[in-house]
Design a protein. Structure first.
Length: 280
């Protein structure tokens, strides 16, 4: 229960969590949990639910004057954590990716997310690593998919660095420059929830679209199957009618042929009798 409460508190109030770490660990060691959370979120496929955007924003707020963190140290720590996390994820996929996917133990690796990322890689190539940095869940799985064969390591590293630096800089510096505004301070929790909502919106929209598409496909398959059954029944009925009609047609043809045959034989019989009479 303690670990669950820790994650719930971290997700709902990252500012309170960082404040507690500053007090408990001091201004130097406080960077260790910040590093670990970002590294684990991006580096291990099992923890896509850890806060990323909101944690960076809150750390940026504490990096302002008197907050307890140094903005340059915060940026460097998060840069390294983000880049190394994705790199770790890539190599895990390179060596164990197929086995992990086939096992089905990572429930977050749904077919919908895999298909979405495959589409991203097909459409945007290496930019997928940069784009998904700003999409929770997908930023955890994108380097994994890249490691399964979509991208060589040199190209991956280039886009990994670009994406990691862009992502960290945006959220940390937004928190650094705007976190001290009284309105932001008073409504910090609401702003954090807004960041989380905007971040997960693409994932939610994608999931809804996938669900609706799957439902339409099932309905279409059902109608197609029903139509196929109707067509099969109609064809079978036609075959049965044809089978019943064939003997009747043969019988009618036989009746018409019998008189004709009798009529054909009668003249020959009459001529024969006449010939016999003349002979006599």
């Amino acid at each position: 229960m303690d670990i669950i409460n820790f994650f719930v508190d971290l997700l709902s109030d990252p500012r309170g969590a960082i404040a507690g770490w500053i007090i408990a660990l001091g201004p130097v060691w406080v960077y260790s949990p910040l590093f670990l959370i970002v590294f684990v979120e991006t580096g291990l496929v099992l923890f896509p639910f850890l806060p990323g955007d909101s944690l960076l924003f809150a750390a940026g707020v504490f990096s302002a004057d008197g907050g307890g963190l140094n903005v340059w140290a915060t940026l460097v720590v998060f840069y390294v954590a983000a880049i190394l996390g994705n790199t770790s994820n890539y190599w895990i996929a390179r060596f164990f990716g197929t086995r992990i996917i086939d096992s089905g133990k990572v429930k977050a690796l749904t077919p919908e997310r895999m298909a979405k990322l495959d589409h991203f890689f097909a459409k945007y190539g290496g930019l997928t690593i940069v784009i998904t940095r700003f999409m929770p869940f997908f930023r955890t799985f994108a380097p994994f998919i890249a490691g399964t064969g979509h991208m060589n390591f040199a190209k991956f590293t280039l886009f990994n660095v670009i994406g990691g630096v862009s992502w960290v800089s945006l959220f940390v510096l937004v928190g650094y420059f705007f976190g001290g505004i009284p309105v932001v301070q008073e409504h910090f929790e609401v702003i954090v929830l807004g960041i989380v909502a905007v971040s997960v919106a693409p994932a939610i929209i994608g999931a809804v679209k996938a669900a609706l598409g799957s439902r339409k496909k099932k309905a279409g398959d059902g109608r197609t199957q029903a139509q196929a059954e109707i067509d099969a029944d109609v064809a079978e009925e036609r075959e049965l009618r044809a089978a019943h009609a064939a003997p009747a047609e043969e019988a009618v043809a036989g009746k018409h042929a019998a008189p004709a045959a009798t009529g054909a034989r009668s003249p020959r019989g009459a001529h024969a009798k006449a010939a016999e009479s003349e002979t006599e």
